[in-house]
Design a protein. Structure first.
Length: 105
């Protein structure tokens, strides 16, 4: 999985193309990510303890993993990710264009 929670990503395709945001949820089994303030959808909800009045609630919809790229802090743009193994056997994510480390896997 190349994208993790709390990563900053940029959307590459679709109506939300070019928008940046922080990943708030990842569903690896479905290959989807949820990005804050991107792909807002409206849901009609019944009254509950969380939403006592009910009504229309806006929340983030999912995006497919192939439609987002991780933003490299050094390049400041969406980049492809490569994986590098360290001496101790752990894997880290690395920017494919500049080689900057993006965090552990």
């Amino acid at each position: 999985m190349q994208v993790r929670k709390k990563d900053t990503v940029v959307v590459t395709t679709g109506k939300e193309a070019g928008k940046r945001g922080e990943v708030i949820r990842v569903l690896p089994k479905d290959g989807r990510v949820f990005v804050a303030k991107v792909n807002q959808v409206k849901r009609h909800t019944r009254p509950s303890q969380k939403h006592p009045q009910g009504g229309i609630v806006e929340k983030e919809g999912g995006l497919h993993l192939s439609n987002v790229r991780v933003v490299c802090p050094k390049c400041d743009e969406g980049v492809r990710i490569r994986f590098r193994k360290l001496e101790d056997g752990s894997k880290i994510r690395v920017c494919a264009s500049c080689g900057e480390t993006l965090g552990n896997l």
